[in-house]
Design a protein around this ligand. Structure first.
Ligand code: NDP
Length: 450
């Protein structure tokens, strides 16, 4: 069945693609399996050199890839350029990392044990629609560097950048069959990858609900699984913080990518003593977010990814919000920047909205801030704003989340591990940690007895 891909800013079709089915998935896995012995036999430094060529090709094609991503997801073009820049950085990082991911030698009775990092085999990569190229690269980079071959399934809504990256991988000299891109439904292609006996691991980013299905499906063949799932992160603002700086940053930690970000700090926790002042500053800063045509260089927020997703987002806003921004008229799946005052028990504070809606919640003191921050099934990211360094560290250590920032609103760096606590998933992407998820440690004992 054909798949029509839309531009969410115009609602116009931008591509018609054939969708893969179960048989195509089996064929892709067979291709990846056939390509595996030769790819794993390439010396790590040589795999690194090939990956570096891919990184360079992505850099040379930033503009084209950014335009594809912007049109397919509705991302502002300036931000899309940054994201594709990160794709190149990720490939550069793993190109350089792969020949430093060494084993050990361990002296033991009667000889010595050596450990080796072996690739897993065929890895299934299932990727969502919010950062299609970026999240694909977080998985492709370490998977390929370690010597695995892959079958990548982009989200149905946003397959275009993955297809182009697949072409560039071939141009870079990655052999046929090592990278296989399959456009198709999660319930068909994704499900088959999860259950396929020749797939050694699934690396999944998406909803917690589908993540649960991945774990269940993987049990049948004891597949390795890493899961990067939803979040409901807190932006905690203490009374001693630089309130102007915190308020200026806060909108971009939740409205960036129109809130379709698993790291969105969609709960803004504010100490009661500065609550009213901070709320005024936050409303002013949110009013300044430039919402509009993704092709405009000045635009900071585009539309949501689909009409259906807009309905879901809208369902979270009950009553009169404290602020609701403007959106362009005409076509496009627009939803305004929205601030609501809430308690941590309200649905808008408990569930992942995945849209430009922030819940502002007061707290009394440090202990209360930690309690509310951790009172969620998720544990992905968050921010802490304070001028007290000891408090920053205390709160960071007490927060059940994988990626935190102090006096800043960002979560993702190529060099640092990224992943969740609790129902935000497990396993780490990015940095040297990601290499652990795409290799097995093998221990070999060598007798030194005569
Ligand atoms: P999903 O979890 O459904 O989609 C993520 C990926 O999984 C897509 O490639 C999807 O394919 C695939 N998939 C779907 N069903 C299956 C299945 N049964 N087996 C294997 N793979 C499957 O996310 P949605 O797109 O439905 O978004 C729903 C919500 O999930 C969002 O509103 C948000 O709350 C959360 N989410 C979180 C993300 C994150 O970064 N942590 C990213 C995306 C969503 P296909 O597109 O073909 O269905």
């Amino acid at each position: 069945m054909a798949l029509t891909v839309l531009n969410p800013a115009t609602e116009e079709p931008i591509a018609e693609l054939e969708q893969a089915g179960v048989e195509d998935t089996d064929e892709a896995v067979a291709r990846a399996k056939a390509a595996y012995p030769a790819w794993r036999a390439v010396a790590p430094g040589d795999r690194g050199r090939i990956l570096r060529r891919l990184a360079t090709l992505v850099e040379e094609n930033v503009e084209e890839l950014a335009r594809i991503e912007s049109r397919n997801v509705g991302k502002p073009i300036a931000g899309a350029r940054g994201e594709i820049g990160m794709v190149a950085q990720v490939f550069h990082f793993y190109a350089g990392a792969v020949d430093k991911h060494n084993g050990e030698t361990i002296p033991v009775a009667g000889g010595v044990a050596a450990t080796f990092r072996e690739p897993l085999g065929v890895v299934g990569l299932i990727v969502p629609w919010n950062f299609p190229a970026n999240i694909a690269s977080w998985k492709l980079g370490p998977a390929l560097a370690c010597g695995n071959t892959v079958v990548l399934k982009p989200a149905e809504l946003t397959p275009l950048s993955a297809i182009r990256i697949g072409e560039l991988a071939l141009d870079a000299g990655i052999p046929e069959g090592v990278v296989n891109i399959l456009v198709g439904k999660g319930s068909v292609v994704g499900q088959r990858l999860i259950e396929h006996p020749d797939v050694a691991k699934i690396a999944f980013t998406g909803s917690t609900e589908v993540g649960r299905r991945v774990m269940q499906g993987a049990a049948g063949t004891i597949k390795r699984v890493t899961l990067e799932l939803g979040g409901k992160s807190a932006n905690v603002v203490f009374e001693d913080a630089d309130l102007e700086k915190a308020a200026a940053a806060a909108p971009y930690s939740v409205f960036d990518n129109a809130g379709q970000d698993c790291c969105a700090r969609s709960r803004v926790l504010v100490q009661r003593s500065v609550y009213d002042r901070f709320l005024d500053l936050l409303v002013d800063a949110t009013r300044g977010v430039k919402v509009g045509d993704p092709e405009d260089e000045a635009t900071e927020m585009g539309p949501l990814v689909s009409a259906q997703h807009r309905e879901t987002v809208a369902s979270f806003v009950e009553g009169e919000p404290v602020f609701r921004g403007d959106v362009p008229g005409g076509p496009g799946f627009w939803y305004p920047c929205t601030l609501v005052e809430a308690t941590n028990e309200d649905r808008v504070a408990r569930e992942e909205v995945f849209g430009p809606v922030a819940a502002v919640i007061p707290f009394d003191d440090e202990a209360d801030a930690i309690r509310i921050s951790n009172d969620t099934p998720y544990g992905l990211s968050g921010s802490i704003w304070t001028r007290d360094g000891a408090r920053a560290l205390r709160v960071a250590r007490a927060t059940d989340a994988g990626v935190l920032s102090v006096n800043a609103n960002t979560s993702v760096r190529v060099q640092t591990p990224f992943g969740g606590f609790k129902q935000s998933g497990f396993g780490r992407e990015l940095g040297m940690h990601a290499l652990e998820g795409y290799s097995e440690v093998k221990s070999v004992f060598i007798s030194t007895e005569g």
